[in-house]
Design a binder for this molecule. Structure first.
Ligand code: NAD
Length: 329
């Protein structure tokens, strides 16, 4: 098998972290470089099992630091860039959008410039279905790759901006790129500020679980491992310049998700506490993954098997998420 150098940005975060572990194990002949600034969302303790492997490397750095990024690209001559690094929490973007523009837009541009200057085989930009805005509750409507971009939060607007930059570097400079737009991920090492890990950790601690508004907003849940498989496929087989939506038709209301977790853990639904709705809260996201399926992708989890695996993982890994919650206080 051919030797390749892969730069993964944001590999200390949730999805990037799972992807780094997936790649280090699956491709012993590839060198996997994890570049991460280690913001509040980055954590290297999750990589204890791979940090001594011959094909894993870590560098602390900011994707928006042009000099540092150019130096790294010049030295390493990467074949692939898989770009996860971002500010990713919608609530934080509502409180302060500026870091979202700095990291998600400016940082992406710095990486694109470096990829262009030093040459790469493929740049995979990991984006989100939130760039499409929201759907209504008609269950026959889905986001396709041709749905117009109509982001509603500062977070999704910053991601849509970066998507357009990535697209333009393909159209203008012929940079070999793909954009993936996935639905809400869940699974191991999910930072306990997001709905599923927040709920599991609070229920395990017998604490109240906040649910926005009436809890009827719908998300389309994707197990992080199935997302990793999708990105692997796109980086190797994706047609240059194409966008691929990633999702497995696992729509649930937020309230259904919370109740599933509470019931699986044998606790009372009285733990649920309805709180003031998020500003501009999108009603429904749902992905049409036909194009990716035609490339050969098939999810290995449905929501029932995925949430069961995830709950078990959080029960077995209390030390990891407990440590993060303690650090925040
Ligand atoms: P995350 O917040 O868990 O991790 C982000 C990582 O990026 C962290 O390790 C952080 O330290 C790093 N980072 C932040 N700013 C950086 C900078 N300037 N330079 C280098 N590293 C920096 O995010 P995630 O949930 O793993 O999401 C990864 C990507 O997937 C993001 O681009 C996000 O927009 C996208 N996405 C996530 C979801 C989801 O459900 N989590 C859904 C759709 C798309």
């Amino acid at each position: 098998m051919t030797y390749k150098k892969v730069l993964v940005t944001g590999g200390a975060g949730f999805i990037g972290g799972n992807f780094v572990q997936y790649m280090v194990d699956k491709y012993p002949n590839y060198d996997i470089y994890n570049l991460d600034l280690l913001t509040y969302a980055g954590d290297l303790s999750k990589h204890r099992e791979i940090e001594t492997k011959h094909n894993y490397y870590f560098a602390k750095g900011d994707i928006a630091d042009r000099e540092g990024i150019n130096h790294l690209f010049e030295k390493k001559k990467f074949d692939f860039v898989v770009h996860f690094a971002a500010e990713s929490h919608v609530d934080r973007s509502i409180t302060d959008p500026s870091i979202f523009v700095q990291t998600n837009v400016m940082g992406t541009q710095v990486l694109l410039d470096a990829a262009r200057q030093f040459g790469i085989e493929k740049f995979v930009h990991v984006s989100t279905d939130e760039v499409y805005g929201e759907l209504d509750f008609d269950p026959t409507t889905f986001f396709t790759e041709d749905t117009p971009l109509q982001p509603n939060s500062p977070y999704s607007a910053s991601k849509a901006s970066s998507d357009l930059l990535v697209r333009s570097y393909h159209e203008t400079y012929n940079l070999p790129v793909n954009i993936t737009r996935c639905s809400n991920n869940y699974g191991p090492y999910h930072f306990p500020e997001k709905l599923i890990p927040l709920t599991i950790s609070r229920v395990l601690n017998n604490q109240k679980v906040p649910v926005y508004g009436d809890g009827k907003n719908i998300r389309d849940w994707l197990h992080v491992w199935d997302h990793c498989i999708a990105i692997d496929l796109v980086m190797h087989e994706g047609l240059n310049g194409e966008v691929y939506n990633v999702g497995g038709h696992n729509e649930r209301t937020n309230l259904e998700v919370v109740k599933t977790i509470i019931n699986t853990l044998g606790k009372s639904e009285e733990l649920i506490e309805f709180v003031t709705d998020r500003l501009g809260h999108d009603k429904r996201y749902a992905i049409d993954p036909t194009k990716l399926e035609q490339l050969g992708w098939k999810p290995t989890y449905n929501f029932d098997t995925g949430i069961a695996q995830t709950i078990e993982w959080y029960i077995d890994n209390r030390e990891w998420w407990g440590g993060i919650i303690n650090k925040q206080h």
